[in-house]
Design a protein around this ligand. Structure first.
Ligand SMILES: Nc1ncnc2c1ncn2[C@@H]1O[C@H](COP(=O)(O)OP(=O)(O)OP(=O)(O)O)[C@@H](O)[C@H]1O
Ligand SMILES: [Mg+2]
Length: 226
């Protein structure tokens, strides 16, 4: 069998609040294979964002192991982690987080600038074509929500990560844009990317391969989507 894109084993993330210990994650497990799209659902506070942050190397678990493409990231030093994250992981958020003073194409160029790579304009335009955005010189405020999310997806994709993490990617979008974004995810899955989508939207969850339900920081239900 191929190496999983993600293997999270018994992951804990605990916070100290005064004398109280809060376990945001309490023995979380998840494996994602290449070309698999997993939906994560669960009520507010169940640990969904905390889990994405651990997998996305933005935070370090209190306990447990996270391997991405066969590499144990929990054993890495901060400096290695920054490079690893940039090379392997794309992140998409509900609020897009585009730089307001940069055009669409300039926003997409940013990750390549940080990685000191060449051919930036050409590759950024390619990524924007991929997500179907033609107004490449527009500033974020000139675009509607769906198009802003297209730019954010292009930025996440432009360095061809193996794993895409999305936290409520369609939360702010109307129906037409939600459908378009879902189509993009589907085509990425077909290319072998591993995709994790956190969502409150049941129709979006039903588009994934497998739905995981979190409660109190662990998986309480898991089912394959027909
Ligand atoms: N930095 C922190 N310090 C203390 N507690 C935290 C911290 N971050 C998260 N928590 C707690 O961890 C738990 C899980 O939070 P998390 O944000 O992962 O939930 P979520 O499932 O993403 O919720 P939502 O659907 O509202 O986005 C919550 O009880 C939250 O209060
Ligand atoms: Mg959250």
């Amino acid at each position: 069998m191929a190496t999983p894109i993600l293997e999270a084993i018994d992951v804990w993330r605990s916070y100290q609040r005064g004398s109280e210990t809060i376990h945001a994650l309490a023995g979380m497990h998840l494996t994602v294979q290449p070309g698999e799209m997993v939906g994560i659902v669960g009520r507010s506070g169940s640990g969904k964002t905390t889990f994405l942050n651990q997998v996305g190397c933005l935070d370090t678990p209190t306990k447990g192991t996270i391997s991405i493409c066969g590499t144990d990231v929990t054993a890495m030093l901060e400096k290695e982690l920054v490079a690893f994250r940039r090379d392997h992981i794309g992140f998409i958020f509900q609020l897009f987080y585009l730089i307001p003073t940069l055009t669409a194409v300039e926003n997409v160029e940013l990750p390549m600038t940080f990685a000191r790579e060449g051919n930036r304009r050409e590759r950024a335009l390619e990524a924007l074509a991929r997500v179907g955005l033609s107004e490449v010189r527009a500033l974020p405020h000139q675009l509607n929500g769906g198009d802003m999310q297209r730019v954010a997806i292009a930025r996440a994709l432009v360095r061809k990560p193996r794993l895409l993490l999305a936290d409520e990617p369609t939360g702010r979008l109307e129906h037409g844009s939600r459908v378009a974004i879902m189509d993009i995810f589907r085509s990425l899955r077909a290319e072998g990317m591993g995709i994790i989508i956190v969502t409150h939207d049941p129709t979006l969850a039903e588009e994934t391969d497998r739905i995981i339900e979190l409660r109190d920081g662990r998986v309480v239900d898991e089912r394959k989507v027909a």
